[in-house]
Design a protein around this ligand. Structure first.
Ligand code: SF4
Length: 311
């Protein structure tokens, strides 16, 4: 089983996700409340992995649906029991959420000190908005800073996956994702730590085209913004409606069910291809189509920015 090869040396630390992204089903099928394994249970599994044939000392993932939600929950659970928010971190981190990264740091360090372990990586997606969040508790703020450093210096296997999903804040709002500014802030920290410690690690951002709310022009801007940041995107997908999600409801009805506002969604194959092709501005076979699209969108300024005029 090909997928088994990928996960056989990885350890799942928790279930559930309180991110509540509009296109994702995890909170529908695993729940919004995090169920975390005990430290003992995790370390026992790691110890078993060290005895597996072919194991060379590298844990490929200490993760979960979102890598950094281990042991996080509301401070006052009676408030959570009545809560109707679909996300604990969007549009802002809930003041009742205890987003302390200390227990997760303890897991990383405990795993790394075990006999037979050379390195443990984080292959699951990291919520960088929680790393940048600063609340009232100084201990949690310090832990977020320390976790960020520990993650970048000791747990990246060459490439760190993060999911800004878009550059347009209007589309991100429909996605229930944080502003693209936060990604840029995180990238600065990531690049600075890499420079400081002479590391040559890459940040791999994930993006989605054709999500409800996203227009062709948003995609053209996404191409220009990510090019400016020196990314040649690989980890991309065109939106596929999946059951039980807010995004799918908007996709089918054309309306946002919370506000009853109309929301544009690319639904035809031609509209979806037109959006998707902007990911691949560097592919010469797309050049003529992109130039034609940018003229139609009256965004000829982006032709230069994307170097589409350079033969
Ligand atoms: S009260 Fe806050 S922490 Fe608790 S479930 Fe609601 S949003 Fe999440």
């Amino acid at each position: 089983i090909a997928a088994y090869e990928m996960i056989k040396f990885s350890v799942n630390l928790h279930r559930g996700c309180f991110g509540g992204c509009a296109f994702c089903t995890i909170s529908a099928h695993q729940g919004k409340f995090i169920a975390s394994r005990s430290k003992g249970s995790i370390l026992r599994e790691v110890e078993q992995i060290t005895r597996m044939p072919g194991f060379k000392g590298y844990i490929s993932d200490l993760g979960g649906p979102s890598a950094n939600m281990y042991k996080m929950q509301g401070r006052d659970l009676s408030v959570c029991a009545k809560c109707k928010r679909p996300s604990c971190i969007f549009p802002a981190v809930c003041p009742n959420l205890n987003a302390d990264h200390t227990p997760l740091l303890d897991i990383y360090r405990s795993v790394d000190s075990m006999p037979g372990i050379r390195k443990s990586f984080v292959g699951s997606g990291v919520r960088y908005d929680m790393l940048l969040h600063r609340g009232k508790e100084q201990k949690a703020n310090r832990a977020a800073e320390e976790y960020t450093r520990e993650l970048i210096l000791n747990h990246v296997s060459g490439r760190l996956k993060v999911a800004p999903e878009h550059t347009s804040d209007r589309t991100l709002n429909v996605m229930r994702k944080p502003s693209f500014n936060l990604f840029q802030q995180f990238k600065k920290i990531f690049d600075a730590e890499n420079r400081k410690h002479n590391l040559n690690q890459q940040l791999i951002p994930y993006f989605i085209s054709s999500h409800p709310g996203c227009t062709e022009e948003d995609m053209a801007e996404l191409a220009a913004i990510t090019k400016e940041l020196n990314f040649k995107l690989e980890q991309v997908q065109d939106f596929t409606p999946s059951p039980m999600t807010l995004a799918t409801e908007i996709y089918y009805t054309g309306y946002h069910p919370y506000t009853l506002e109309k929301v544009y969604t690319a639904t035809t194959p031609a509209q979806k291809t037109a959006q998707r092709q902007f990911f691949f501005w560097y592919d010469k076979s797309n050049r003529a189509k992109l130039i034609a699209a940018l003229k139609r969108l009256r965004r000829t300024d982006l032709i230069k920015k994307l170097h589409l005029d350079v033969k």
